[in-house]
Design a protein around this ligand. Structure first.
Ligand code: AMP
Length: 604
């Protein structure tokens, strides 16, 4: 494509995005937090239309992913020790640089990338060699602090105001606070729902009869103190996550429903060093060891089906490069949707291995093992604690049970082949601020089960980003003035709009129909504005309402109304009493013509 064509295409796209944004704000899908005070960057409010859409999106997500899984609704705040164990206190950070004069902050990777791209374009125009910059751009998001400093120095990168930049430094992304008045009682707003699921793993496993695989899931707000929030809902400081933790044995990363997705042909951008884009059958990606295991692949396929259902068409799956992987992950894929002008990570599907449970077991001194029945029992040498029940009972009372559990969790197991001849071992254990010395006795026991720390496959969905992806990819313009969102009916903020041709007519009948429709679990909107019927139709279309029921002057005589379908604008005339049933069937996918003679409606 010639430069001029690219530029024109870019401008057209920018205008389109502006028009979508206009509908989004004007019809109150979303608005910035505290907008009457000038707004607060990085936080968004969902208005009635947006909130309904988001809650439908979450319900559809639950319907697609959660059957057979255990839901958890955990606390939004977490004590520091939990996030210390998970690695978030030490490692959940981005690199920051700031303007040394006015203090304005920039996320180093984003800012340096932006400036290097500008420089590259300038050098191309001047016909200079850009190889070095190209190389840097490939890994700009994983440079070390020293590397950022030297790039900033070498390419003379200044702040937006032309001032010098500070040295780069780590900035932890968690919002910290004190729990209660005690200063040392530090807590953080959760940066992901996952930790709540790990904390409750043991209880859920008990509830699941000790069986693996086991899936838990949570949907809820999480908070990240992003350095430079931007692009509307795409990079915010508080957002909804819908996350699954799927616990498996590390040798059995499979899923019993893999067969249902394995033949999907998807776009993959893969490679842990260099990356290439290729359309491929999911199963071929597993067989060629591109995707680490079947369980990860299952959730990739399931995510693709979820996107298809929502009418998101432009998406792909990108593998994380080696140096990009989060501190807990061993293989990670992003479900990316094309939003705005680029590919945006909307879902992270990570193999978190045994990292989290091992860490929490270690730091909380709790046994977070699962058990697997062995095909043939085996003999092992075990050191079991000698319990001083009498004394400990007096001292620790109702906490005695926890102490015993702790000590049994510390039992030392050995293989029968291993030589350790001592009959007893001595151990010191910290419990309730006391150091207890415990003797462990050597015993030969036959075991029928194996203890292991489960591995975790985690699909993590950012609800706001998917929300934005849907808005952009379902937006249709009929002409210069009229647009609609091609939402599937279950997603639409309202499934039905009711009106009367003459706004003051049939008020009771409209109310009655409204009640019957909400009894069917539908969201319904009564449009009573005193504007032309065409305007009422286009107002409903604009927020994606799929069906429109109109009472008119003949309704009184023939007890009939019209049902209009959003995309085709076609109408049928049906008996009023049949409307709830017909609407329910239309939502399930039946066609308008099944219920009456179709006429192309005049919208004006
Ligand atoms: P992560 O735990 O970083 O893999 O994030 C999981 C998902 O949350 C991502 O795939 C995004 O969809 C979403 N997400 C992460 N950070 C943000 C943010 N700052 N604003 C909005 N969504 C985000």
């Amino acid at each position: 494509m010639k430069n001029i064509e690219i530029q024109e295409k870019g401008e057209k796209r920018a205008e389109l995005l502006k028009r979508i944004e206009n509908v989004q704000t004007r019809r109150f899908f979303t608005d910035q937090l505290a907008s009457i005070y000038g707004g607060m960057a990085g936080f968004y409010e969902f208005g009635p239309v947006g909130a309904a859409l988001k809650s439908n999106l979450i319900n559809l997500w639950k319907r697609s992913f959660s059957p057979g899984m255990l839901e958890l609704d955990s606390c939004v705040i977490l004590p520091e020790k939990v996030l210390k164990a998970s690695g978030h206190v030490d490692k959940f950070s981005d690199v920051l640089v700031f303007d040394t004069v006015n203090g304005e902050c920039y996320r180093a990777d984003h800012y340096v990338e932006e400036k290097l791209i500008e420089l590259k374009e300038k050098m191309i125009k001047e016909k200079k060699d850009t190889e070095k910059i190209e190389k840097l751009l490939h890994r700009v998001d994983v440079l070390s602090l020293e590397e950022y400093d030297s790039v900033i120095k070498e390419f003379k990168i200044k702040s937006r105001n032309g001032n010098d930049l500070s040295n780069s430094q780590e900035f932890n992304l968690m919002f910290g606070t004190n729990i209660g008045p005690a200063k040392q009682n530090v807590g953080y707003l959760r940066p992901e729902t996952a930790q709540g699921q790990f904390l409750n793993f043991k209880r859920c496993l008990e509830l699941n009869g000790g069986k693996l695989p086991m899936g838990t899931f949570s949907v809820g707000r999480v908070f990240r103190n992003e350095i430079s929030p931007r692009n509307g809902l795409l990079r915010v400081r508080g957002f909804e996550q819908a996350e699954i933790e799927y616990f498996v044995h590390s040798n059995e990363k499979v899923h019993k429903k893999y067969g249902k997705v394995k033949d999907l042909k998807l776009d993959f951008l893969f490679g842990k060093e260099e990356q290439k884009l290729q359309k491929m059958k999911l199963d071929d990606a597993v067989k060629n060891k591109i995707i680490g295991n079947e369980c990860l692949a299952y959730f990739i396929g399931k995510t693709a089906q979820f996107f298809d259902m929502l009418k998101i068409v432009k998406y792909r799956f990108r593998q994380h490069k080696k140096d990009e992987m989060a501190h807990y992950a061993c293989d990670c894929w992003d479900g990316e949707i094309f939003i705005g002008n680029s590919w945006v990570e909307c879902v992270g599907i990570a193999d978190r291995s045994c990292f989290d449970l091992s860490q929490h077991a270690k730091h909380s001194k709790t046994n977070l093992f699962a058990q697997k029945r062995l095909d043939t029992p085996k003999k092992i040498i075990k050191y079991e604690p000698i319990l001083d029940r009498k004394n400990w009972g007096k001292k620790f009372k109702e906490n005695m049970k926890d102490l015993i559990e702790l000590l049994e969790g510390l039992s030392v197991q050995e293989n029968e082949n291993e030589q350790n001849s001592s009959l007893k071992l001595q151990k010191s254990v910290e419990f309730m601020n006391e150091t207890i010395s415990v003797e462990y006795q050597r015993k030969e026991v036959t075991v029928h089960v194996e203890d292991f720390v489960p591995a975790v496959i985690e699909p993590s969905f950012g609800v706001g980003r998917i929300f934005q992806g849907i808005l952009e990819q379902t937006f249709v313009e009929r002409d210069e003035e009229r647009s609609y969102f091609n939402f599937i009916p279950e997603l639409a903020p309202y499934q039905v709009c009711i009106t009367s041709l003459m706004p003051k007519d049939y008020l009771n009948e409209q109310e009655q129909l409204y009640d019957l429709l909400i009894d069917q679990n539908l969201k319904v909107y009564i449009s009573d504005q005193n504007v032309s019927i065409g305007k009422r139709y286009s107002g409903a279309d604009e927020i994606g309402i799929p069906f429109f029921v109109t009472f008119d002057k003949d309704t009184e005589n023939d007890q009939s109304v019209t049902i209009r379908e959003r995309n085709s604008m076609e109408q049928i005339r049906v008996k009023l009493e049949k409307v709830p049933e017909i609407i329910c069937r239309l939502i399930k996918g039946d066609k308008l013509e099944q219920f009456g003679r179709v006429v192309s409606g005049s919208d004006n």
